[in-house]
Design a protein around this ligand. Structure first.
Ligand SMILES: NC(=O)c1ccc[n+]([C@@H]2O[C@H](COP(=O)([O-])OP(=O)(O)OC[C@H]3O[C@@H](n4cnc5c(N)ncnc54)[C@H](OP(=O)(O)O)[C@@H]3O)[C@@H](O)[C@H]2O)c1
Length: 306
């Protein structure tokens, strides 16, 4: 990127059907608002429908003609992911953008309903299953994209996707978070590789928001609910609106080819404007990624039908 990209650069999104997981809060909310404000039809896929409706009302207050829907999706429970996919198919026949944004960090609940380490389960496996269950709609929709949200936390970690049951006592909550985010980033590259191998027009792109002042570090995340963390975030982080820029750039920019990793261009990637990063190519391991895919199909029971 040679100049600063902002939401003013967002083009008209008319005709696009978009799903934003965790669209009620933080980065997902800001992205949903920007896309709905630019005429996309946006589905807020949320675990708490009341919170979803509140977000819908807020967006409608700003953009009265916005076309927004709220649908229940609990990534902590694979049955809920299946139910969401069934319900979505009943309402829509295409899917232009699947934004796999929802996430938890250092939660108090350690295991998902299906028995996975909860960050690996919610942040990664739930999205793996969701994408697989909707893949035919994504493939048949022209110019569609799948966006995966990574994290700076994954930049200094090595792929060790072995603690998916959360049984290894020596692995800390934050290490598990980093692994779950690295899995999302590997998934984005692997999906793009598989699209290309099958000559599929859809694109898969990863991004990370930098460090952002959201509930991730607060309410939603038991262990890190500390005044100190929130104060430091205010000091070093950026707003959720700016944190949504890499995601919006990955989701809408015409120059995107698929397989990129987009993040803020500022010092240490903490804040700034969207730019393409090389770090994911450095971290990526084809063999590990392919094994992770096979494992994920086995764990979720969702097989991708390309
Ligand atoms: N904030 C940062 O500095 C930062 C840095 C790197 C990456 N990220 C990533 O950015 C993404 C968005 O996070 P955020 O910072 O915007 O935090 P946030 O405000 O806490 O938003 C997280 C969203 O995920 C939803 N969610 C949590 N568990 C879910 C589940 N089981 N099923 C469905 N939805 C669920 C939350 O729903 P509720 O509102 O009901 O809790 C909320 O809507 C996450 O993937 C996070 O890992 C954030």
């Amino acid at each position: 990127m040679s100049r600063e990209w902002t939401k003013q650069d967002l083009r008209d999104q008319s005709g696009k059907i978009v799903i934003v997981t965790g669209g009620n809060s933080g980065i997902g909310y800001e992205a949903s608002k920007a896309l709905a404000g630019n005429y996309a039809t946006v589905v807020l896929a949320v675990r708490n429908v009341n919170k979803g409706r509140e977000a819908l009302d807020k967006i409608k207050y700003e953009f009265p003609n916005a076309n927004i829907h709220v649908m229940k999706l609990d990534l902590n429970d694979l049955e809920s992911v299946k139910e969401f996919s069934r319900e979505f198919r009943g309402k829509f026949s295409s899917l232009s953008l699947l934004i796999n944004n929802a996430g938890i960090m250092a939660p108090t609940q350690r295991i998902t309903k299906d028995g996975f380490e909860s960050q690996f389960g919610v942040n990664y496996l739930g999205h793996f299953a969701l994408t697989g269950l909707l893949i035919d709609l994504i493939i048949k929709t022209p110019d569609s994209r799948v966006i995966s949200v990574g994290s700076l936390a994954a930049h200094n970690t090595k792929p060790e996707f072995k603690n998916f049951k959360g049984t290894k006592k020596k692995v800390s909550l934050l290490q598990s978070y980093a692994q779950s985010k690295l899995a999302c980033m590997f998934f984005a590259k692997e999906l793009q590789y598989r699209f290309r191998a099958k000559n599929i027009d859809a694109k898969s792109v990863a991004c990370h928001p930098g460090i952002v002042q959201t509930y991730l570090f607060g309410k939603g995340s038991g262990k890190l609910n500390k005044r100190f963390t929130r104060a430091s975030l205010k000091l070093i982080g950026q707003s959720a609106e700016l944190g949504a820029y890499p995601l919006l750039y990955a989701a809408t920019e015409h120059s995107i080819r698929g397989g990129e990793y987009i993040g803020p261009d500022g010092r240490k990637g903490i804040k700034g404007f969207p730019t393409e990063l090389e770090i994911l190519d450095e971290l990526f391991d084809e063999h590990v990624s392919n094994n992770l895919w096979i494992l994920s199909e086995k764990l979720t029971g969702v097989t991708y039908k390309f």
